[in-house]
Design a protein around this ligand. Structure first.
Ligand code: NAD
Length: 338
């Protein structure tokens, strides 16, 4: 069995995690083993087939097995329930696995196992902080010394995940960041831009940066959809309208990189039936997280309420469920003005 430093685990091979793990496998040297884990066994099998010849890939059943064997565990999970299960379950969780690895390590003066665990999904702040607290409690016990948890959420969407050009927003305890951040970067660089890996502050800060970014992009998804829909209903050419907007003051990521009008841009979710993007349910989840953050810090907001209401209406209709969030354009386009 390889030593833990030579084993990296990746949990959560979904829309984002699958291409991220593929880029990680391609970037790691071939003497390193990549352990992969997902409740979706089809994704695991496909992953093994598609990465054949790039270095060892093995599957594990859960966070416990991943953390027991690997020096670094990266997770890309959909929300708090999955994170709590994967990290905190006393039988199958990552922390239990790290504790088991440390308990099995020699204690005769040799350093105990050092492990790095990081969540790259956009997860509710209280869950991130509970995992950080549980990790701290464990890492100060004799059970699992030097266990470090960081939050490292991403922006860039599925295209960024495929191209390996994601932006990472990392939160890491200040007392550990000098040592830990370079190690974090050494893994994330395989999945993101070298100059797009930001140390944002203490654990949780990465998530706060990410939530604020998504708050903005959820609102601009609706705003851009509304504007383009006015143009389409007025009989204007949406491609030309997009070109003009992108050369003018209305330009934003949604108009220039993930245009919501089908056919305006190639290889974006709207041009493939709004499949393979950032699900509207996840986008609404993060918008809600932004609203709660605003409430916590006493920041006045205006646009979150109406945007949430619009997303809620679209999500209640099965034609738009599970689709990329830019499907709000389709929802508007299909709707009657009341
Ligand atoms: P997804 O639902 O496609 O993927 C989640 C994966 O986790 C699935 O494969 C699922 O089977 C797996 N999973 C769930 N519970 C598990 C468990 N207990 N054990 C093992 N595997 C488990 O979601 P996604 O779009 O890839 O998003 C993942 C995270 O990234 C979310 O937190 C999301 O908010 C964030 N995010 C998504 C995008 C995007 O554009 N899709 C962009 C940035 C950030």
């Amino acid at each position: 069995m390889a030593i833990p430093e030579d084993i990296v685990a990746f949990i959560g091979l979904g829309v984002m995690g699958y291409p991220m793990a593929k880029n990680l496998r391609a970037g790691l040297s071939s003497d390193k083993t990549l352990l992969v884990c997902d409740v979706n066994t089809e994704a695991l099998e496909r992953f093994k087939t598609e990465t054949k010849g790039q270095g060892p890939v093995e599957t594990v059943q859960n966070g416990f097995e991943a953390a027991k064997a690997a020096g670094t565990v990266i997770t890309m999970l959909p929300g708090y329930a999955a994170v709590r299960a994967v990290y905190l379950d006393p039988q199958t969780g990552i922390l239990a696995g790290a504790a088991a690895a440390a308990a099995a390590a020699p204690s005769d003066g040799l350093p105990l196992v050092q492990k790095l665990i990081m969540e790259c999904g956009t997860i509710e702040n209280d869950t991130i902080l509970s995992v950080a607290k549980a990790t701290d409690e464990l890492s100060t016990s004799k059970l699992a010394k030097s266990l470090t948890f960081v939050d490292a959420p991403v922006s860039g969407g599925p295209m960024g995940a495929q191209d390996g050009t994601l932006t990472f927003m990392v939160g890491c305890a200040p007392q550990a960041s000098d040592q830990v951040f370079p190690v974090v970067k050494s893994y994330l660089q395989h999945m993101g831009n070298q100059d797009g890996i930001f140390l944002c502050g203490d654990v949780g800060a990465g998530t706060a940066f990410k939530i604020i970014n998504n708050y903005l992009s959820a609102i601009t998804s609706l705003a851009a959809s509304e504007a383009l829909n006015i143009g389409v209903k007025a009989g204007l050419d949406p491609k030309l309208l997009t070109d003009v907007i992108n050369a003018s003051g209305g330009q934003c990521w949604v108009t220039s990189k993930s245009n919501p009008v089908p056919g305006v841009q190639q290889n974006v979710p709207s041009s493939r039936g709004y499949e393979g993007g950032f699900r509207i349910e996840l986008c609404a989840k993060v918008l809600g997280m932004g609203s709660r953050l605003a409430e916590m810090v006493g920041a006045r907001t205006v646009l979150d309420g109406p945007t949430m209401q619009a997303f809620g209406e679209a999500m209640a209709d099965e034609r738009y469920q599970g689709k990329d969030a830019r499907v709000v354009y389709k929802w508007l386009n299909d709707s009657e003005r009341s």
